[in-house]
Design a protein around this ligand. Sequence first.
Ligand code: CTP
Length: 153
Amino acid sequence: MAKTVLTYGTFDLFHVGHVRLLRRLRQMGDRLIVGLSSEEFNSIKGKKTVIPYEFRKEILESCRYIDKVFPEHNWDQKRSDIARERADIFAMGDDWAGKFDNLSDICEVVYLPRTSDVSTTELKKYMNAVNQEKLGAIRNMVDVLQAELKAVG
Ligand code: CTP
């Protein structure tokens, strides 16, 4: 019988850690379904995304490993999602290890090792640093221009 794998996440600034996780998840079954965090759920989790829900969904739907994407609105919907989608395996990266063991009465619960040294948080930090650098360069230019204007009188 076809095996369905279910996972959840925000998948903001889609990166190679996401690709590798999704590839391994798809290899564990025949159908991969993703519960994608909505904007409202992200604000409950204290996360602010760069990419809006509709675009994150479009990106995931274009990924060859994924068969279906639906919104995740709250912490409590997992049981009904597992039942509705007839999921055989619930799987997450191991940053969530142990957190969803209570679901093991209705399906297999698996945690896969994360890809090291890449995360959305790191990408956001990098983008922020680049912006700060650019801002610094612009401030320097303004200082130089002001000094020249003063010299001219
Ligand atoms: N993931 C992974 N390897 C990474 C980053 C994420 O396997 N290097 C997995 C997570 O464990 C999770 C899924 O990808 O199961 C979606 O994670 P998400 O939180 O959306 O991505 P992160 O890059 O971890 O985002 P953040 O830094 O905002 O937590």
